[in-house]
Design a protein around this ligand. Structure first.
Ligand SMILES: Nc1nc(=O)c2c([nH]1)NC[C@@H]1CN(c3ccc(C(=O)N[C@@H](CCC(=O)O)C(=O)O)cc3)C=[N+]21
Length: 296
């Protein structure tokens, strides 16, 4: 059997098209332009790739894009002052502080200083609490993108066995909350899980988010299962630089019912959902209805 490839790149293009239509309406009917500010401290290579495509796509959907690039030795106090300034700026509806931050800066402190309404990453403790209690929140972009693809592929997720591999605050934990919200039976597996193969083999839905190149082989996958690969790992193979996921695509795609590729799967959806979240934040800030199909 050969799996259906879930084309995240094409899906993301459709999401951005929807976002762009909403942005046009917001501008024409309400005179507001959604604005996204991205703050980058230092020069983490993964973050730079991300910032580049993001800035371009923000402008393409008609939003205002602001980038703040700070030196790696910027003080915590200066970064907090910038976040405060963006919190107070009425033209900015979304604030994203690129992670990881340099070691001398307290990440939690900075994230929790962002106004929850502008926290388009959904990392603020208020948004985490709102999501886990099933209340309206800002939902982290990567898990939201995964949820959109899963809903599109399956329709209802109710009653499905879902295994999330990885327990990060950025992906694993919020992904588990979203799947629970859609009535899946959810297991979070991680580095200390006993018999992880057996756990994964039970799953109708596997979301792999550990950051270890190709750690999930095809023989862990239940035939017909849906596999969402969140990993973006740079490796060297045959003298060439390559991007691979946390799943061994070759073997997994022979067993799975559907699978997302790397690149071109979850990555593009993450950025599309960042734009969707910025639109949602702008709509809420102006007391307007939520954009349909673009929220959890
Ligand atoms: N506060 C914060 N929020 C983030 O969401 C965040 C962050 N910090 N720090 C950096 C990471 C990285 N990240 C990516 C998103 C999309 C692609 C993406 O679109 N990747 C393409 C491939 C790009 C390539 O070819 O290198 C793909 O998977 O097809 C990659 C990386 C978001 N991050």
């Amino acid at each position: 059997m050969s799996a259906t490839i879930i084309d995240g790149k094409a899906f993301a293009a459709r999401v951005r098209e929807k976002v762009a239509q909403h942005v046009t309406r917001l501008k024409e009917e309400h005179g507001v332009t959604p604005g996204l500010a991205v703050v980058l401290v230092g020069e983490d290579p993964a973050s730079q790739v991300y910032v580049r495509s993001k800035g371009k796509q923000t402008v393409e959907v008609g939003m205002k894009s602001v980038e703040h690039k700070l030196d790696a030795d910027t003080s915590e106090a200066d970064l907090l002052a910038l976040v405060d300034q963006l919190n107070d700026d009425p033209e900015i509806h979304g604030i994203l502080v690129q992670l990881p931050l340099p070691d001398h800066i307290d990440e939690d402190l900075v994230i929790n200083s962002i106004s929850p309404a502008k926290d388009v990453d959904g990392f603020h403790i208020s948004n985490v609490g709102l999501l886990s209690t099933g209340q309206k929140s800002m939902v982290p972009c990567t898990p939201l993108g995964c949820l959109m693809m899963l809903r599109d592929h399956h329709g209802s997720l109710s009653g499905k066995d879902a295994v999330v591999i990885g327990r990060s605050n950025i992906v694993g934990k919020p992904m588990a909350q979203l799947l629970l919200g859609d009535s899946c039976t959810v297991t979070i597996a991680h580095s200390r899980t006993k018999d992880i193969e057996e756990v994964v083999r039970r799953a109708d839905i596997v979301v792999a988010a550990v950051g270890r190149p190709e750690m999930v082989p095809g023989d862990w996958i239940k035939p017909g299962a849906t596999v969402i690969d969140v990993g973006i790992n740079r490796i060297e193979r045959d003298g060439k630089n390559k991007l691979v996921g946390d799943v061994d695509f070759g073997s997994a795609s022979e067993v799975a019912g559907a699978i997302t590729p790397v690149p071109g799967g979850v990555g593009p959806m993450t950025i599309a959902c960042l734009l969707a979240n910025t639109l949602t934040a702008c709509a809420r800030a102006n007391g307007l209805p939520e954009p349909e199909g673009l929220t959890a």
